[in-house]
Design a protein around this ligand. Structure first.
Ligand code: HEC
Length: 362
């Protein structure tokens, strides 16, 4: 096995090893292959499947800092095989970034938005980045009559820029009012189908813009008070912005258009999220405090806008960072006469492309 960490011990000082290609060829190519597809198992002497850096669908979704972490600390830092050596002692972080620059040349199609844009998911605002995720969301009324709403959301990417989504909600509600016993009612809510497409992305500016269209079907048990009795179409524009020092923004502007306009009014909504990803151990768990401002207004004259603030905290649970938890509170700050209560919100997210739910923990 040539080119392992032992032979790399003096690489950091080698004046010839200061360009992307030179670092990659000297330190990485023996295993990852000159073309980034992985050397043949015979040459490697082990049969751990090698990543294919020329496969854009795989390579573009990983952000550089994650890959630098793997190269610096070795495979186990993200629950990969220890056969991926740690180069932290042999190469400087600047050299590892150069190796990444070369690895990035193996995917030759620049249509694919980079994983850097896969910013932490807010509780309410939709992200611009297309994802492969399964999310289990729960909202619990923190005051007023008991209410628990859950949704299972499945998201799947297709092609470089697109994503399909289905969301199936289920809810429980405490009965209130005269004659109500202490029972809880339960029922299916309105199932949503959605499509998302990236319109524009530019990593040097840190900007991504997408459009999304959702249709919510009147599948809810309306007799029990769950869901609505009209299908609703929800087009929206999605914006993501990377900022220095781990800060980021999300924005979403959209409309809710009922197909049966006699019962419900059109609505416009505006959502912002600002946050910062912090990695206390430099290479390990990511903590992301965020706050969202969520507003909506019915499109009829005289209607008031209502606004909620949603402070929240996301944390990566698994070592692979593909399982994440977010918890927060949705607090009405200006309820526009809608008489809403504070809610506790939580989701568990599994990025299934990055590994099985039980894989990647140690
Ligand atoms: C001794 C062989 C060897 C060398 C040398 C080596 N790697 Fe690796 N690398 C591996 C193996 C094996 C894996 C796959 C680990 C797994 O999937 O469990 C891997 C995986 C990776 C990954 C993770 C990809 C993913 O799945 O997200 C990155 C990034 C990486 N290597 C970067 C580098 C860089 C940069 C260098 C040079 C500085 C390098 N490697 C040198 C063996 C090596």
């Amino acid at each position: 096995m040539a080119g392992g960490p032992a032979s790399a011990a003096t690489l950091a000082d080698d004046p010839d090893l200061q360009s992307p290609r030179a670092v990659y060829d000297a330190a990485c190519a023996s295993c990852h292959g000159p073309d980034g597809r992985g050397a043949p198992p015979k040459q490697l002497g082990f049969d751990v499947p090698m990543p294919d850096f020329s496969d854009c669908n795989f390579a573009t979704r990983e952000p550089n800092p994650d890959w630098v972490a793997v190269a610096h600390e070795g495979g186990p830092v993200r629950a990969f095989s220890p056969l991926m050596p740690a180069f932290g002692d042999a190469l400087t972080t600047a050299q590892l970034r150069q190796a990444m620059t070369h690895i990035r040349t193996f995917c030759e199609v620049d249509d694919w938005p980079r994983g850097e844009f896969n910013l932490p998911r807010p509780l309410v605002t939709t992200k611009a980045y297309p994802e492969d995720e399964l999310v289990f969301e729960t909202t619990v009324a923190a005051e007023g009559p008991g209410r628990v709403e859950t949704a299972l959301i499945y998201e799947r990417r297709f092609g470089a820029r697109n994503q399909f989504e289905i969301s199936v909600p289920f809810a429980w509600r405490e009965q209130s009012g005269p004659g109500a016993d202490d029972d809880w009612q339960k029922g299916l809510g309105d199932i949503k189908l959605g499509l998302k497409r990236v319109l524009y992305h530019d990593l040097s500016q840190g900007t991504i813009l997408s459009v999304s269209g959702e249709i919510s079907l009147p599948s809810g048990d309306t007799e029990e008070g769950f869901g609505t009795d009209s299908a609703m179409i929800e087009p929206s524009l999605l914006y993501g912005q990377l900022l220095p020092h781990g800060f980021f923004l999300h924005g979403q502007f959209g409309l809710g258009i009922p197909t049966d306009g006699e019962r419900t009014n059109d609505e416009a909504f505006l959502r912002f999220a600002a946050g910062r990803s912090i990695v206390p151990g430099q290479w390990g768990r990511v903590w992301t405090p965020m706050v969202e401002l969520v507003g909506a207004r019915e499109m009829v004259s005289g209607a008031d806008a209502h606004w909620d603030l949603v402070p929240q905290f996301q944390v990566t649970l698994s070592r692979r960072q593909h399982v994440r938890l977010n918890t927060g509170l949705r607090v009405p700050v200006d309820d526009g006469g809608t008489d809403r209560d504070t809610e506790f919100m939580v989701y568990l997210l599994w990025d299934w492309f990055d590994g099985g739910l039980l894989e990647g923990w140690q």
